[in-house]
Structures are given as structure tokens and as C-alpha cells.
Ligand binder design. Structure first.
Ligand code: C5P
Length: 217
């Protein structure tokens, strides 16, 4: 069976972690590899979609037929995503930092004799996914991801409603063979009155299964 076509559709995908700079040599990051988002972008391009991939700092090759914009911080990712609107579909697969240092120090932070601790002040970042879903030029389909260590369905459905998404793909992190930094995963996809388990399968197969749901909508 051939995959459903997405020819002519504009699909925007965010992928990877963000790095929030503390000083010129240190940052706050996370363990997202970017593989899921890159697999989605690759699969969408294979189906004929016009794909823009906004990528955080990852060492992955650009999938064939995909236009890529590299960003570093949550603020840069926010700007790149907003600038790319309007699109038909937004898939937010990036692990965006929820907090960023209140200020970036220009000089490397030094430890002083007798100083036993350091307090770092963090402020909330903007929620890119929620802003896209509430935007005047809202894509027809807005899909988010949720990495959870427990209460997976409850937390994922909470995000689905709070952020006004069409679908949310939840995955269990902190267990072997699922989530960050691995090739295989299981996605629990929730929507209003909708639930489907995709996998366990490779991230490439999951990307195709997810795009089948996209094409069906
Ligand atoms: O609330 P939480 O961070 O768990 O939600 C995860 C989803 O929200 C992911 O799809 C992620 O890309 C998106 N997100 C975002 N901007 C943020 C935080 C999360 O787009 N600042």
C-alpha cells in the first residue's frame, strides 16, 4: 500500500532540544536527539509536502527535500516558527526549554573562594506550540508532543486541552527502549474523543504512521 500523499501541503516541524545560554561557555540543555522530528520531516517530504524544519542544536543530516533553519535557544525557535506561518500543519516535536536564565552573563561565571553555592534565576520561555495553536493564522492541524515519566494520558490530555491542540503524541521517558536518545519508540496519540497507540516501532515507521493520521484529517 502506498503512503497517502501530502502533495502541496506546507508542513512546519520543530525538532531537537534548545540550549539556553548561562554565560559564554555554559548552557542549559536537554537530552532530545531530534530524531523523531527529523524522521517526521523526512517522511513528509517523501509524501510530497513542502517541509520547513526548525532544528535546535543536533548533529543530524538534513533530510532530502527538506528546508532547514537552525536555531539555538527557545527564543530563536519561537521567532523562526512564527516567521514561518502560515502553514497547513505544525508539528512541534522539539523539546523546548520551559525556563531560561533571566540574564546571560557576558563573562564566564567564576567561583569565588568560600562560595558554596550559586543561585541561577530562571524565567519562563514562551510556549511556541500554544501560541501557534491560538494564532490568528492557526494551521489547520496543530500537533504537539509530550514526554512524560508518569500519568501519561492524564498529563498529555491536559496539554491537549490547555494548548488547544488537535493531537498530542505522548511518550514515556525514563524507561528503557522509549523516548529520548533511542531509535525505537511508542507513541500514544490523543485527540478529542480519539486515542491510538503507534508502535513500538522505529522512529521512521512512527513518523509514517503519524503522517497517515495527518493525511486522514
Ligand atoms: O508543556 P510541555 O513542555 O510538556 O509540552 C510539550 C510540547 O509543547 C512539545 O510539543 C513542545 O514542542 C511544546 N513546547 C513549546 N514551547 C515551549 C514548551 C513546549 O512549543 N516553551
Amino acid at each position: 500500500m502506498s503512503a497517502a500523499s501530502l502533495s502541496g501541503r506546507r508542513i512546519l516541524v520543530s525538532a531537537g532540544p534548545t540550549y539556553e545560554d548561562i554565560d559564554p561557555v555554559r548552557f542549559l540543555g536537554n537530552r532530545s536527539s531530534g530524531k523523531m522530528g527529523f524522521a517526521i520531516a523526512a517522511a513528509a517530504a517523501r509524501r510530497g509536502a513542502q517541509v520547513l524544519l526548525v532544528a535546535g542544536p543536533v548533529s543530524l543530516p538534513t533530510p532530502e527535500g527538506v528546508e532547514r533553519i537552525d536555531v539555538r535557544s527557545a527564543a530563536e525557535m519561537h521567532r523562526a516558527v512564527m516567521d514561518a506561518l502560515p502553514v497547513d500543519v505544525y508539528i512541534g516535536a522539539a523539546a523546548v526549554a520551559d525556563f531560561t536564565p533571566a540574564q546571560v552573563v557576558g563573562d564566564k561565571i567564576k567561583k569565588r573562594p568560600g562560595e558554596e553555592g550559586l543561585v541561577l534565576e530562571l524565567v519562563r520561555t514562551r510556549d511556541i506550540l500554544a501560541e501557534v495553536a491560538s494564532h490568528a493564522r492557526r494551521p489547520s492541524l496543530v500537533i504537539g508532543f509530550a514526554a512524560e515519566t508518569s500519568h501519561v494520558e492524564e498529563y498529555a490530555r491536559g496539554k491537549l486541552e490547555r494548548k488547544k491542540l488537535d493531537l498530542i503524541c505522548a511518550n514515556r521517558v525514563g524507561v528503557p527502549g522509549s523516548g529520548f536518545e533511542c531509535d525505537d519508540n511508542t507513541l500514544l496519540v490523543y485527540g478529542a474523543g480519539f486515542e491510538q497507540v503507534l508502535g513500538p516501532a522505529s522512529k521512521a515507521e512512527l513518523a509514517d504512521a503519524l503522517l497517515d493520521l495527518v493525511a486522514a484529517r
